[in-house]
Design a protein around this ligand. Structure first.
Ligand code: ASP
Length: 438
């Protein structure tokens, strides 16, 4: 057993140090160098940015193999395939329910604080793109070409494909055994790869944070400060009150333990602004650290990265009220309900990638007849909010995973309660990198 530090595992401490060091170095560069100076053009724009991009690419590289392999294994290991329908039903219900709570809180606080009334903010250019319609999302769910879906990192078709392969392995019985073993062995290999990438994460996170601090214009926050703070407040309420309450009441599990184990995944979400890029780490965390079974988590986590975006819905709710007030429109109850419904539905078809929430916001605004250009008001502060809402998005995925796994008897309480279970410093026998002997 490795020694546990009160601040968390060695990796978590390294990541936190890397984050702060990156922020300090970036802030120094912002103050020391003009936009055209050597530090900005070479050190930040060339060197640090490249390292950050390489790190995010490493994570994204893992996304398709991890989802495909774990989900095939998860589905193939179900002794009764009907369980899949039950898990699916509960998961979707919880995802929709939590997003419903999120958007309601957002609309409530934004209306309470009258965000956007009397604001004078500069408008930035925004190129309006409207996301897919719901019927298009459903039609695209079946991959006519699974290789194309994988090449383009499309999550829903990939999920469907993996489930069908997993089910077919089960139905093939003994004849499918070789393929099952192959996927199980590949699962061990990709999980090992996740550990490798997590080990070098401090370098990538340092670079991402330094670039952020060196290029972020804090002055932009002032003009839309009320909007910014309202989004942050609701994100905090949802993340720190709603999720723990649901977890405690529906499972009896300790929210403190949950959060202490989620720290690393939350830092990944914060620094990458992408639920998809964080997916390998989220999945590893819920399985190895929180004890959720593979047959539940391999389904709930990838699905959550795509359809469950509570943080995004919160931003959209507050932003819609802000833009409506800015333009002097009063939203009726029916329009507020439309906003809520659209925000829930819009998140279903969108991938968990940076800034996708803004594109979806265009769909929501168009639905209630507000000018899409209004997004130009808030675009300047979206970078930071994107980081925060991505943390909420993946925390929601993990919360629902624990609830569903517990209800299915698929959560190992001993693993959940063991502070050292599955830390990268303390790999379990499965993760042991030494070649198998004997
Ligand atoms: N970046 C968010 C995510 O990946 C989506 C968004 O709100 O833009 O979860």
């Amino acid at each position: 057993m490795s020694d546990t530090h009160p601040l968390g595992s060695k990796l978590t401490i390294q990541i936190v140090i890397a984050m702060f060091a990156g922020l300090v170095v970036g802030t120094m560069i912002q103050y020391l160098s003009s936009d055209q100076g050597f530090l900005q053009t070479t050190v930040v724009a060339e060197f640090l940015k490249t390292i950050g991009t390489m790190f995010i690419s490493l994570l994204k590289m893992l996304m398709v193999p991890v989802v495909l392999v774990t989900l095939v294994c998860g589905t193939a290991s179900l002794t009764e395939p009907s369980k899949l329908g039950r898990i699916g039903g509960k998961t979707i219900l919880l995802y929709l329910g939590t997003t419903g709570i999120a958007i309601t809180l957002a609309l409530f606080f934004a209306t309470l604080f009258s965000v956007g009334v009397g604001v004078e903010a500069p408008m930035e250019a925004f190129d309006p793109k409207v996301g897919k319609s719901i019927s298009e999302v459903f039609a695209a769910m079946i991959p006519s070409n699974p290789v194309k879906a994988m090449a383009e990192g499309e999550m829903l078709p990939l999920i469907i494909f993996a489930i069908l392969i997993g089910l077919s392995i089960t139905f093939s019985g003994r004849r499918g055994e070789t393929v099952r073993n192959l996927f199980e062995s590949m699962n061990a290999v990709v999980m090992q790869l996740v550990i490798l990438v997590m080990r070098i994460a401090p370098i990538g996170i340092f670079a991402l944070m330094a670039v952020l601090a060196a290029t972020l214009g804090f002055d932009k926050i002032k003009s839309v400060g009320e909007y910014f703070l309202t989004v942050v407040l609701v994100l905090v309420i949802h993340g720190a009150v709603v999720y723990p309450t649901l977890l405690k009441t529906l499972t009896g599990l300790s929210p403190m333990i949950f959060f202490s184990k989620m720290r690393t995944a939350m830092t990944f979400a914060f620094t990458t602004s992408s639920s998809n890029a964080t997916l390998p780490v989220t999945l590893r965390t819920v399985e190895k650290r929180l004890g959720a079974g593979n047959s539940t988590s391999s389904f709930t986590v990838p699905l959550g990265a795509t359809i469950n975006m509570d943080g995004t819905a919160i931003m959209q709710g507050v932003a819609t009220v802000f833009i409506a007030n800015f333009y002097g429109h009063d939203l009726t109850i029916v329009q507020l309900a439309t906003v809520a419904l659209m925000a829930v539905l819009a998140s279903i078809g969108a991938a968990g990638v940076p800034s996708v929430g803004l594109v979806l916001l265009g769909t929501v605004l168009a639905q209630v007849g507000l000018p899409i250009e209004g997004i130009g008001l808030i675009i300047g502060v979206d970078r930071l909010l994107d980081m925060l809402r991505t943390v909420v998005n993946i925390t929601g995925d993990a919360t629902v995973t624990c609830i569903v796994a517990k209800s299915e008897g698929d959560l190992d309480i001993e693993v959940f309660n063991d502070p050292e279970a599955g830390t990268v410093d303390n790999p379990e026998p499965d993760d042991d990198p030494r070649p198998a002997t004997g």
